[in-house]
Write a protein that binds this ligand. Structure first.
Ligand SMILES: [Zn+2]
Length: 85
């Protein structure tokens, strides 16, 4: 399962093009726990981080790769934010 979207002419009007469409980000969830992911940019690398399970999903060619097996490869338990209380 790959998540793909087409660049639209919408971007042509923007001075700063977001690498990942903000509207797309709102609907992206971790495929494992269905929690929202956070967009993180590290240098040239782009990630979608799930703070529930610590998985990081790569963004390749502006396409988020929301696959559990990909998230597992880059999982970092330090990213997990435990609920308060
Ligand atoms: Zn998760």
């Amino acid at each position: 399962m790959g998540l793909r979207y087409a660049h639209s002419t919408f971007f042509a009007q923007e001075e700063v093009a977001m690498p990942v469409h903000p509207e797309l980000l709102k609907i992206l969830v971790c495929p494992d726990d269905k929690d929202p992911v956070e967009y993180v940019q590290l240098g040239k690398e782009e990630w979608l981080v799930c703070h529930t399970c610590g998985r990081r999903y790569p963004v390749r060619d502006d396409i988020p790769v929301m696959l559990i097996e990909e998230g597992d490869r880059y999982r970092d338990e330090a990213l997990i934010r435990r609920p308060q209380g």
